[in-house]
Design a binder for this molecule. Structure first.
Ligand code: NAD
Ligand code: MG
Length: 383
C-alpha cells in the first residue's frame, strides 16, 4: 500500500493531535509531511522531533529552532500553512486550524493536494460558495472531518443517486443544555468549557455551549451536500452516539453511530475510501440502554436561529455571523463580556453590517473585517 503524505495544519490542537495519533498507529499508511501551529513552540518541536516532516511552520516565530530540528524546512508568519503546502505538495491536507484564519490554507490545499480533509468548518461558513466551486472545478474531494458531516457523508453512500428529503444534524446541546435562561447568560468560562461528551479546542467548546457550533454546521452541511436550509434539521441528542442522519423520500432514515471519539471521523477521512482497523471502544447497546432526542430550544439558544437566518439570507451574512462570533468568543474567553452577550453581538452585526454579494476571497476578508469592527464596537459600547 502506498504511504499517503498528509499535511497536518493545526498540528498541536485537538484534531491535529488525534490525527497524529493515527499517523503513529499506522506508519505504513500515513506520514505527516508538514506540521503547522500557531504559537505553542515546545509542543510543535516535540511533534517535529517525533514525526520528522519535510516542512514545518508556526505563526509566531520562536526565538530559535533547536539544532536537531533544522533537518526540515521552516516557515513563519500567518502564511506558514500555505507555504508548507506549496513547498511539499503532500497527497492530502488535514485542515484543522480554527476560524477564518484557516481559509487560505484550504484554498491552497485545493490547488496542491489531491484530497482536502476538512475540520476547519469556518472556512466553509465564510468561503463556502467559492471553495465548493473551486473543488468542483478542480475535481478535488473535500472530505468532511466534522463528526456530523462525516456521518452524513457515510449515510449518503447508500443514496445511489436517489434524492434526499432532509439531513438531520445531531447536537449534544453543549455544556449548558439544561440550564435556565438567566443562568446561561452569566455562565462562567469554566462552566462553558465543561463539554458533556467531547473534548475539543476552547473556541469550538464555547460555540457548542451557545449552539453557534450547530449553526455553523448547518451552513457547512449546506455547502458540502448542496442542501437548502429548509431541508436541514437539528436534533438534540445528549449521548452523542448517533453522529447524524439522512432521511430519504420513502421515509427511511439512515444513521451513523459510534462512541464519541473524533479519531473515527478523522481516520475515515484520512483513509478514505478504505476504513482503518482502528481499535476504538466498541459500541455496546446494552451499556448505552437509552438514546434520547429533543427539539433545539431557540429561546434559550437564540444564536442557532441567527445562524439559520444568516444562511437563508446568504451573500455576506454567514461571513458576518462568523466574524462577529470569533470576536465574541475571544472576548468571552478573555473575561471582557458575559456569556449572554454572545448572541447579542451576533444579532447586532447581522442587523448593522450591510448585505453585499461576495464574489472573491478578498470580498470574504473585507466582510469579515467589517463584522469584527462592528462586534468590537458593540463590545466597547456595552462594557
Ligand atoms: P484547537 O484550538 O484545539 O487547535 C487549533 C490548532 O490550530 C492549534 O494547533 C493551533 O496552534 C493552530 N492554529 C491556530 N491558528 C493557526 C494559524 N493561523 N496557522 C496555523 N495554525 C494555527 O482547535 P480544534 O478543536 O482542534 O479545532 C480545529 C478545527 O476543527 C475548528 O475549525 C473546529 O471547529 C473543527 N472541529 C473540531 C472538532 C474537535 O473535536 N476538536 C470537531 C469538529 C470540528
Ligand atoms: Mg461537529
Amino acid at each position: 500500500m502506498k504511504q499517503k503524505t498528509i499535511a497536518i495544519l493545526g498540528a498541536t490542537g485537538s484534531i491535529g493531535t488525534q490525527a497524529l495519533d493515527l499517523v503513529r498507529r499506522y506508519p505504513d499508511r500515513f506520514s505527516a509531511a508538514c506540521l503547522t501551529a500557531n504559537s505553542s513552540s515546545e509542543k510543535l518541536f516535540a511533534l517535529v522531533r517525533e514525526f520528522r516532516p519535510q516542512a514545518a511552520g508556526m505563526v509566531c516565530e520562536p526565538e530559535a529552532i533547536p539544532e536537531d530540528l533544522r533537518f526540515c524546512q521552516w516557515f513563519f508568519g500567518p502564511d506558514c500553512s500555505v507555504e508548507v503546502l506549496k513547498a511539499v505538495k503532500p497527497d492530502a491536507a488535514l485542515c484543522a486550524i480554527t476560524g477564518i484564519a484557516g481559509l487560505d490554507a484550504v484554498w491552497t490545499a485545493l490547488d496542491v493536494c489531491s484530497q482536502v480533509l476538512l475540520a476547519n468548518k469556518e472556512a466553509l461558513v465564510t468561503g463556502g460558495d467559492l471553495v465548493m466551486e473551486k473543488a468542483r472545478r478542480l475535481n478535488k474531494p473535500l472530505l468532511p472531518v466534522d463528526s456530523e458531516h462525516s456521518a452524513i457523508f457515510q449515510c449518503l453512500q447508500a443514496a445511489q443517486g436517489n434524492p434526499v428529503r432532509s439531513l438531520l444534524l445531531t447536537a449534544s446541546g453543549g455544556a449548558l443544555r439544561d440550564w435556565p435562561k438567566e443562568k446561561i447568560d452569566s455562565a462562567r468560562v469554566e462552566d462553558v468549557l465543561r463539554h458533556p461528551t467531547w473534548s475539543m479546542g476552547r473556541k469550538i467548546t464555547v460555540d457548542c455551549a451557545s449552539m453557534v457550533n450547530k449553526g455553523l454546521e448547518i451552513i457547512e452541511a449546506h455547502h458540502l451536500f448542496h442542501m437548502p436550509a429548509e431541508q436541514i434539521q437539528v436534533v438534540v441528542h445528549p449521548q452523542s452516539i448517533i453522529h447524524s442522519m439522512v432521511e430519504f423520500e420513502d421515509g427511511a432514515v439512515l444513521a451513523q453511530l459510534g462512541n464519541p471519539d473524533m479519531r473515527g471521523p478523522i481516520g475515515y477521512a484520512m483513509a478514505y475510501p478504505q476504513r482503518l482497523p482502528y481499535e476504538a471502544k466498541r459500541l455496546s447497546f446494552a451499556e448505552i440502554a437509552n438514546l434520547s432526542f429533543a427539539a433545539p430550544d431557540l429561546t434559550r439558544f437564540p444564536a442557532l436561529g441567527y445562524a439559520i437566518e444568516a444562511l437563508k439570507a446568504g451573500g455576506a451574512m454567514p461571513i458576518v455571523l462568523n466574524g462577529a462570533n470569533e470576536e465574541a468568543v475571544a472576548a468571552f474567553l478573555d473575561g471582557r463580556i458575559p456569556f449572554g452577550r454572545i448572541p447579542e453581538i451576533l444579532r447586532d452585526a447581522l442587523d448593522r453590517v450591510p448585505q453585499r454579494s461576495v464574489s472573491s476571497i478578498a470580498d470574504v476578508y473585507q466582510t469579515d473585517a467589517d463584522a469584527r469592527a462592528c462586534a468590537l464596537e458593540f463590545i466597547r459600547r456595552n462594557s
